[in-house]
Design a protein around this ligand. Structure first.
Ligand code: BGC
Length: 548
């Protein structure tokens, strides 16, 4: 009997990621515990009870590995250690132990596509063309006229190729020149990265957020990317001022051979019941790639979707269209939705949302088929912070200022208290980015004391999802829209829920679903249905009902 129960637990655990709510922590800005003005792992440990109080299932911690911090940790110089700025491996163990005690899974952010140029692998690789790591990065000779080998671009601006005088060759970097791309065609590179995954799994992590998962492999013939016509330049992240958006990235990423590496990674993860969410960065083919990478049971469990990270506020038609496209592209796959993260303008500002709109958007996210990522501070409705040019840290923003201000405005420190210096984030004199003065009034302490605050709505919406397996793990019957209302039915086993959302500032009426239904979700704003055969929804009102 015991074995059966044990097995059942394992089975249950295996699927923990499906429908999970994941809270993203940007460690530099969560909580400073050693008064240096920068958040750290010790600070996270102290705040884990708060995170658990939200009712989320897991945390995703953005990179805390040893790094020269040119891209704030997304440039790793030692995959198996903690940067002293963030603490030590023992501090990380404390994060895992405390999170697990509180029932939270821990996902870490593995940046495998590239390293820092300070990584010993790159230092060795650049020394000459014959050392045993010579082939670990993407090296190429110049064209006869000395120019780079092809037209591939860097997301952070300009050519993706950087000349190295020591090796007398170019190397490819999709991001900063100090972030050389690893060569995944070299089997030893793949093995070394699988060892990195094992290292952290052995330390107790439950899964990974995989940075730029579709960038791992490049075309070995180094063919030029074709130009992308102006009307197809629909990137959510790269600003229009960025020529990276003028190419179709057919050859610099998205290579089919990537699937072989993902299968190997999944085989490493499976014995630990670990799950991964892959960040697919591709403005044109994102959902198609999600379908490829999450199909079956031997690749990634989830892909992170960019569809609700764009500047366009989703209306009912857009939500129905996106969900329909996911159904087509990834019929047995699984998306992970987000409205905000450390790379985009916070959604309250990006979409200019009122409090009731913010409430409805999180209620919607908790009802959609897929998993969900909440970015630190969005539960408080923090707006994008205004960061002065002289305070800018993000090289992406410095490069494209003022048309694109970079990512500092969504990365400013978390607001915990109203009156404390730096809103309770740090006791240092100055912090790495200033705490926004607007944020102090929206701090956790202020909202805890206000029963009408958004923070409590986030807790209720998450609890509602948890109480209804159909919302977390169920199917949907196709997401439809009628005017401003988006609606669908989620189901699993005996649990069926009809869901409708009025995504607008005006009241809407749609036909009520056939049959007899009982309204639920009153604490999220749903109101009992009238018996005129119609559903009347106030602006930004949801409706939930179960069959009777
Ligand atoms: C991360 C960014 C980072 C980039 C390079 C992205 O997708 O989210 O913050 O700059 O990868 O690693």
């Amino acid at each position: 009997m015991e074995n059966v129960a044990g097995l059942a637990r394992l089975e249950k655990d295996k699927d923990w990621w499906r429908g999970a709510v994941i809270y993203q922590i940007y460690p530099r800005s969560y909580q400073d515990s050693n008064a240096d003005g920068i958040g750290d792992l010790g600070g996270i440990v102290g705040r884990l009870p708060y995170i658990a109080s939200l009712g989320v299932d897991a945390i995703w911690i953005s990179p805390f590995f040893t790094s020269p911090m040119k891209d704030f940790g997304y440039d790793v110089s030692d995959y198996c250690d903690v940067d002293p700025m963030f603490g030590t491996l023992a501090d990380f163990d404390a994060v895992v132990a405390t999170a697990h005690e509180l029932g939270l899974k821990v996902m870490i952010d593995l940046v495998l596509s590239h390293t820092s140029d300070q990584h010993p692998w790159f230092q060795q690789s650049k020394a000459d063309k014959t050392n045993d790591k010579a082939n670990w990065y993407v090296w190429a000779d110049p064209k006869p006229d000395g120019t780079p080998p092809n037209n591939w671009l860097s997301i952070f601006g300009g050519s993706g190729w950087q000349w190295d005088g020591e090796r007398e060759q170019y190397y490819y970097h999709c991001f900063l020149t100090s972030q050389p791309d690893l060569n995944f065609w070299e089997p030893a590179v793949q093995d070394a990265l699988l060892d990195v995954a094992r290292f952290w799994l052995d330390r107790g992590v439950d899964g990974f957020r995989l940075d730029t998962i579709n960038f791992y492999m490049h075309d070995q013939q180094l063919r030029d990317n074709p130009a992308l016509p102006a009307d197809k330049r629909n990137s959510t992240i790269a600003p229009s001022v960025n020529p990276y958006n003028h190419q179709e990235h057919l050859y610099s990423k998205n290579q089919p051979e990537n699937l072989d590496f993902l299968r190997k990674l999944r085989a490493v993860m499976d014995p630990y019941n670990a799950a991964a969410v892959g960040e697919v960065g591709d403005a044109q083919r994102g959902l198609e790639i999600m379908g490829e990478y999450t199909a079956g049971n031997d690749l990634m469990q989830m892909c992170y979707a960019f569809e609700f990270l764009s500047g366009t506020r989703p209306d009912a038609a857009l939500v129905a269209d996106v969900m329909g496209r996911v159904d087509d592209a990834a019929p047995d796959g699984w998306a992970c939705w987000a409205y905000s993260n450390h790379d985009v303008v916070r959604h309250v500002t990006r979409w200019d949302l009122s409090k009731s709109a913010l409430e409805l958007f999180v209620t919607l996210m908790m009802s959609l088929r897929g998993s969900a990522c909440i970015y630190q501070g969005e539960e408080l409705g923090l707006p994008e912070a205004d960061v002065a040019y002289e305070d800018l840290q993000d090289p992406y923003g410095i490069q494209f200022w003022p048309k694109f201000k970079g990512r500092d405005g969504c990365r400013t420190p978390m607001a915990w208290e109203k009156s404390n210096a730096h809103a309770g984030f740090s006791t240092a004199d100055t912090t790495w980015l200033p705490v926004s003065t607007d944020h102090a009034n929206l701090s956790v302490a202020v909202q805890e004391d206000d029963p009408d605050a958004l923070l409590h709505h986030y807790r209720r919406a998450i609890a509602f999802r948890k109480a209804h397996p159909a919302l977390a793990k169920g199917t949907h019957d196709g997401v439809k829209h009628d005017g401003d209302v988006v609606y669908f039915t989620r189901a699993i086993g005996d649990d069926t829920i009809f869901c409708a959302f009025n995504l607008s500032d005006t009241a809407s009426t749609i036909p009520a679903p056939n049959g007899s239904w009982r309204v639920i979700g009153e604490d999220l704003g749903a109101t009992p249905q009238t018996d005129d055969g119609k559903l009347h929804l106030e602006p930004w009102q949801p409706h939930f009902a179960v069959p009777v």
